[in-house]
Structure formats: C-alpha cells, structure tokens
Write a protein that binds this ligand. Sequence first.
Ligand code: PLP
Length: 453
Amino acid sequence: MAPNWSELDRKHIWHPFTQMEQWTSSDPVVIERGEGNWLIDTEGRRYLDGVSSLWVNVHGHRRTEIDNAVSEQMGKIAHSTLLGLAGLPSIELAEKLVRITPKGLNRVFYSDSGSTAVEVALKIAFQYWRNLGYERKNLFVTLEEAYHGDTIGSVSAGNIDLFHSVFHPLLFRTLTIPTPFPYRNPGLTPQESCDKSLDRLRALAENRSDEIVAVVLEPLVQGAAGMIVHPKGFLRGVEKICRDHGLLLICDEVATGFGRTGKMFACEHEGVRPDIMALAKGLSGGYLPLAATLATDRIYEGFLGEYTEYRQFFHGHSYTGNALACAAACASLDIFENDAVLQALEPKIALLADRLEQKVGSLPYVGEIRQCGFMVGIELVEDRTSRKPYSPELTIGARVCQNVQKYGVILRPLGDVVVLMPPLSILPQEIEKLVSATVQSIQDVCGKYSATH
Ligand code: PLP
C-alpha cells in the first residue's frame, strides 16, 4: 500500500510562512509530478501552476531542453566548489548573464536564493566603501513595504511589518522613503506620489550622503508588498539622485527578472544601470536553487589588492556556483533566445490584461487590479467604493486561493491580494482558465462572506 503522504507531511514537515496548527488539521495537496504549466498530485489531479511554483518557473515543468542539460551535466559532475577551483557551467553562465543584463555589470558572484543574492549585494556595497576608507557609511536607504528575503540582512532592508517586526532587535537600522503608491494615498496622483518619494530621497542624499552605503529597491514592482507597481519614471528618478550624489544603486530583480515584467529585466523599462543587481528565482528556469549578484567593474576593483590588505570579499556558500543549477540556467537562457520567449509573451500579457479587465474588474469585491507584465495582484476589499479592507482574521485572500484548487488551479495570496504569476510558457487557453477559475473562486468566497455579514 502507498504511504499516506499527507499524513507523513503533517508529521514531519515544517512549512514556510505557515501556521502549522492549521496545516496539521488540513489535507494538503501533495505534488508528485509536473508537466508543462501543470502540477499533478499523488491522486493524479491536475492543477495549473498559477504562481509558477512561487514565482520561479519560467518555461514550464519537465522542459526537455532543461531536463537534458541537467542530465548531461549529471553525467559529468553535480558539484565542485568555487573556492580555489573554477567550474565549467558557472563560467558559461556568467558570460551569458553579463551579456543580457544592463551594461556595466561584468562581475558575477553566485549564491543559492533570492535572500542570499540580496545579502551578498548589501555586504558587497558595505565592504566596498570600507575598502575605500569610508568609515561613516553605515546606512542603506530602503522603501516602505520593501521585501528582499528572509535572512537577517535582507530582512533589515525590508519593511513589511507582518513578516519583519518580530526580528527588529536583530536588524540593522535603515533610512526609509515612501513607496510611490497612489492606492494607499488616495489624495495623490501617481506623479505626486512619485515626486513625494523622490523628494524624500533627494533630501536624504543632500544631507546624509556621507552616511549612506546604497539605495536598495525592487525595480518597478514591489512583489511581496502586494504587487505594488511604481509610477513611470520613479526608477529613473532614483537612479538620477544616486548618480548626482554618489550613492550606489542596488536593484533586486529576484522577482522581476527573467521576463516577468515583459522585458528580460525590469531595469530595461527605464534604461537604468544599477551598480549591483540581485538575481535568483527564474534564473535556473525554476529548476534548482541558484542566485547571482552582479556588480560593475568599479565595485569589483574596490576589492583588489595584496592578500595582506584583506580587501577580498569575505563571503561564500558551500554550493556556490553549483554545476547542475548553472547548467539548468544556461539551458533556460538558451530557450529565451531560441524560442523568442519575450516576443511571444507580448500578446499573452495583453490577453491577460484584457481578461482581467473584463472579468475581474467588474467584481464588487475587487479594489484594484495591478499588473506589470506577468505579475498581477488582485486586491480584494469589503467595499469597492470606500476600498474598505476585509478584517484580517477572515483571511479572505487565503480562502480564495484554497478554494480555487477545486477548479484545478494553484494560487497563493499576499494577505488579501490574490497573486497571478503564471509561467511565461502559459498558453492562451490556460490564461482563460486561470482567470475564469480565479473569478469563480472570488465569487464563491467573497459572495458567501458578503451574504452572511
Ligand atoms: N527579493 C525579492 C524581490 C523577492 O520577491 C524575494 C522572494 O519572494 C526574495 C528577494 C527572496 O528570495 P528567496 O525566497 O529565494 O530567498
């Protein structure tokens, strides 16, 4: 008899961001296989992967080219260290990354997750100034509601109270500027909210640039904050202030990278060239844990010197530059090129936008739909006119995402924001299904709640 996988999971697995008391009284879907844009559970039920397995999958599951690249690499070696040795796939991938990222990012430092990619970026920026003799530079500028991961450094750069407040005593201090987000500032136009945020950054840069290490932000879209899309021109405005005042700019493209926003990287939309860029999630096509932090030659050269000067970057992980993960990443980047993935994406983004507007926009429970490429947040509210939120203990977002499973779709909320983030390989008919199942589930859950309260 097959083991009861659900029961074994409840017995042994501690799930991330999960109240385990609830989990252990649920009957979780146990995924056994993947096929294209679909996940298949141990009962043989099929689910459309509506959030790309937490924003990582790019070209679908079991993609032949990536499967083959990983198998082929396995026939050579799975892993060897980058401490004291070089490794073939890591070199090949670094060359590809330098070619496709914004100009100037010529140096690649590998790690394993989005959090470590940001952690590395913060430490590189900090040590860079120390190496140059700037002892007073101790502060990073961050955005309200920023999310950069869960290690202590990346949590320090984050500002989502629900996740971060408990760790406050462990965190380093940052300077924070307002998120340019008119939805939460109904009196302001997008331009006014953009100006407000840039004015605050300019004031900090004018008065405290001798203390500031870098500005850190998620370019264009603050994903974990609920798919907050910045007004046009904000990113370029930040870059200009950084250049005018000699501040470093760190762009965290962990969520936005690899086609998510319609271009390979979000920075491209505004022609921005950061000093340091953090990549992960879609880097390996969603196959294996892999991250990269890219830096300019100027930053890199700040670490050069005699061994005894101790200017080398003091950071590294056991699996840095893992050969299987780098082979998967190279194959994923080849697919982008060979299949002209970004061109094929344009009409799909338009189709998704159209269906959202037609089918979701009219629902009485929807306060706002935010979309940038294939990053979508649907904000559920109790009252559409006043945008009154649902009471948090109702966990409406979680209920909608739980309920949508019965329509054969996997979604994952951010509070009461329902996120749609499908693989770039999703087909038009699958977009139709994704949207209609989401509508159905919102109607089921919000309709029921509205009727009983
Ligand atoms: N940075 C951003 C912008 C993210 O959205 C995330 C994860 O959602 C991270 C960093 C952390 O990535 P990981 O979960 O791989 O550590």
